[in-house]
Design a protein around this ligand. Structure first.
Ligand code: ARG
Length: 459
């Protein structure tokens, strides 16, 4: 048991207590950030004359040595240390002797862990943003290729009006684009350096907090030392943003699962992204989509956990806050994994375009357009709605589509119908005449695609 604080204690810590308290098993994942923070801290201490240049060099070399040895596998981070901070400090002292004992001057583990977690989170936000961008690129490609791929649009999971596959993919593009902007916001708001806040009340050493912040690429130091060591808002924001990403992925997964059913057959998931059944040889299951949908609960759970952990905590640091790590790490790993897998699945998925168009034809998705036709010929909308309702009923009885009716059949229900009705309710017309901003018509869609292309090129 290696710990940093034995001095005022007369008994050894009980083994169970030690294990309960220790965080090394999970905080070892930010050894890089811990070492990076220490190197900056030491550079600042030397700049202020608190350490000599020589001591700075020695400590920095020692820290870089630890980093190198951990990376190349010759130094293992074992559970005999209480946390990653103890591991690094103890190893440093082993390597360079007394100078290593000066590393922790003007610092507490409270501001140290606050810094490590921020550095770690910042790196992960950049990765999440990159994964979201890759997904957006796949979506944009699908949008470009499918401005004339007709399919039914649904409300209440009932066929409603025809749209295009480009339009459907475009809806998800907007969602994941907002997710990216949330990541950016969080980064901006959290990007202030807590190091130098000490345990809670700053320190008596003349630290240059601006300099430390600059070395670690923050926008500046945090402005209240008590808040600095006890702020976990940025983690809650990140968990919330990741929950939203997962909610979007889960909705999309649900659609893929429906589209992949024997009844729909809108898509075929690539063999590499589906699995078989141990008993039913005919099966090809959409497991990846189902797992993404399922794992969403895990990320929501992390958000609720941290909110609950934080709600009763008095200022400033309390050990409860150590509980932030495992949940956040798990949620980040889960969200990143789901994004990568979903993108791969989408990229390789085949869309059965004929089947989609056929489905749109046979669901009265052009009924609104038939009503609009009557309105354009002077029939009040409410009456037109009633007339088309009767057309639908007639077709249902005869098991045909509106387009299959003869002109005489149309006229029997309303004399207003003329030969141009067929063109007015064709799939192409239904979609192509919807050209307001954000609508599925080709011209409108192409404008959006150009704007999104510029957005992806810019950020
Ligand atoms: N492992 C601790 C955490 O994750 C580090 C801070 C410990 N500080 C303390 N006063 N015990 O929060």
């Amino acid at each position: 048991m290696a710990q940093l604080w034995g001095g005022r204690f007369t008994k050894e810590t009980d083994k169970l207590v030690y294990n309960f308290n220790a965080s090394i098993s999970f905080d070892k994942r930010f050894y890089r950030q811990d070492i990076r923070g220490s190197i900056a801290h030491v550079a600042m201490l030397a700049k202020r004359g608190i350490l000599t240049e020589e001591e700075k060099e020695k400590i920095t070399d020692g820290l870089n040595g630890i980093l190198r040895d951990v990376e190349n596998g010759s130094l293992e981070i074992t559970d005999e240390y209480e946390d990653i901070h103890s591991f690094v400090e103890a190893n440093l002292i082993d390597r360079i002797g007394d100078a290593g004992k000066k590393l922790h001057t003007g610092r507490s583990r409270n501001d140290q862990v606050a810094l490590d977690m921020k550095l770690y989170t910042r790196d992960e936000i950049i990765e999440l943003d990159g994964l979201l961008k890759e997904l957006l690129e796949v979506l944009l490609k699908l949008m470009k290729e499918n401005v004339e791929t007709y399919m039914p649009g649904f409300t209440h999971l009932q066929k409603a009006q025809p749209i295009t596959l480009a339009h459907h993919m475009g809806a998800y593009f907007e969602m994941f684009k907002r997710d990216r902007s949330r990541m950016k916001d969080i980064y901006k708001r959290m990007n202030y350096c807590p190091l130098g806040s000490g345990a809670l009340a700053g320190t008596t050493y003349p630290l240059d907090r601006e300099y430390t912040a600059e070395l670690l690429e923050f926008d500046g130091p945090t402005l209240n030392s008590m808040d600095s060591v006890s702020d976990r808002d940025y983690l809650i924001e990140l968990l919330s943003a990741m929950s939203t990403v997962m909610m979007h992925l889960s909705r999309f997964s649900e659609e893929v699962i429906i589209w992949n059913t024997n009844e729909y057959k809108f898509v075929e998931i690539d063999d590499a992204y589906s699995t078989g059944s141990s008993i039913m040889p005919q099966k090809k299951n959409p497991d990846i989509a189902e797992l993404v949908r399922g794992k969403t609960g895990r990320v929501y759970g992390a958000l609720m956990s941290l909110l609950t952990t934080m709600k009763g905590l008095p200022l400033a640091y309390n050990k409860d806050m150590q509980e932030d790590k495992e949940f956040v790490f798990d949620a980040i790993d889960t969200t990143k994994g789901c994004l990568a897998l979903f993108t791969g699945m989408l990229k390789t998925m085949k869309f059965n375009k004929e089947r989609m168009e056929e489905s749109a034809k046979h669901g009265f998705t052009n009924a609104t357009d038939a009503a609009d036709y009557l309105v354009n010929h002077g029939v009040p909308f409410r009456d037109a709605h009633g007339i088309v309702g009767r057309l639908v009923l007639y077709c249902l009885e005869k098991k045909i589509a509106l387009d299959d009716m003869t002109l005489d059949e149309f006229k029997a229900i309303s004399p207003v119908f003329e030969d141009d009705i067929y063109d007015a309710i064709s799939m192409k017309t239904c979609v192509e005449t919807r050209n307001t901003i954000g609508a599925p018509g080709k011209a409108a869609m192409e404008q959006v695609i150009a704007a999104e292309e510029a957005y992806l090129a810019a950020e």
